[in-house]
Design a protein around this ligand. Sequence first.
Ligand SMILES: *Cc1c(COP(=O)(O)O)cnc(C)c1O
Length: 355
Amino acid sequence: MKKYNFNAGPSMLPREVIENTAKQILDFNGSGLSLMEISHRAKDFQPVVDEAEALIKELLDVPEGYSVIFLGGGASLQFTQVPANFLIKKAAYLNTGTWANKAEKEAKLYGEVVEVASSKDANYTFIPKDFSVPADADYLHITTNNTIYGTEIRKDLEVSVPLIADMSSDIMSRPVDVSKYDCIYAGAQKNMSMAGVTVVILKNDKLGKAPRELPTMMNYCTHVEKGSMFNTPPVVPIYSLLETMRWVKAQGGVEAMDKLAKQRAEIVYGEIDRNKLFKGTVAEEDRSLMNICFVMNEEYAELEKPFFEFATERGMVGVKGHRSVGGFRASCYNAQTIEGCNALVQAMQDFEKKY
Ligand SMILES: *Cc1c(COP(=O)(O)O)cnc(C)c1O
């Protein structure tokens, strides 16, 4: 049976990305060696890193004066590495979810942290809007898409200090004005690649200013100066990231991804709002286009498990909501198809007919 992958992360990738990466794993560029067994310093691998970096810059329209690097450690290491490198005196954090909260916690290890607003008391069901950022903050940290709760800041905020953003789960799904950011980071396993590589975009003239000794591996300058080759980078994840970037470009770039995201969201949220069995979980204006969360309406609460089983029988994978929200979450990253969304909607409609 055809499977529709709604996993929140690691998540669905375009079929051709997986196939092309598989081919290179068997025989890298006709060398007779696997991508898994070549040196990261092999002459054939440098072009992979160079093209991946160039495509990220092209697709996100990254201005001059920025570097793109590939690191290990996931987005979670960035929760620490960001303040270690950028927090000089005071940092501002917007608390919009579990990941945002974790980032804020790590920053406290390095200096004063001001939480400008939080929706934690409302189980993160909305994005706080009326908040002020201290003018002397080194940066405002935001999480553009809250993967667990299904809320999203889908525009570049207007604030008086530089932005730093965790874009792990919506990078490459819309155009971004990178010039507003000192740093953008993203674990690749939601929208760019398999797990194992983290993309970090850095404003060069803000580097090397931290008033503290940094371990060599924690210092962004180390990796910028060595072009992500200070130590062995995650070779296969970087290759599959390159294939995904080629795919995004071939589809028409981030504008096309944005358009598709809106189409998918319209299909799935449209059905959630129409269907008597279900309801959304977050404020409508903050609904994520990437992670669509919904639960059963109160009077049908006992149908949660039966619907999960019904959807699973129809080939839906990964639609269970995160344990802190319950219900369902349909993750619709770049690779998610309209067909997949229609299949989910069909399952919701057929299930409704039974009641
Ligand atoms: C998944 C996720 C993370 C954690 O990423 P790791 O690479 O597992 O550390 C952080 N932030 C957001 C927004 C995420 O979706």
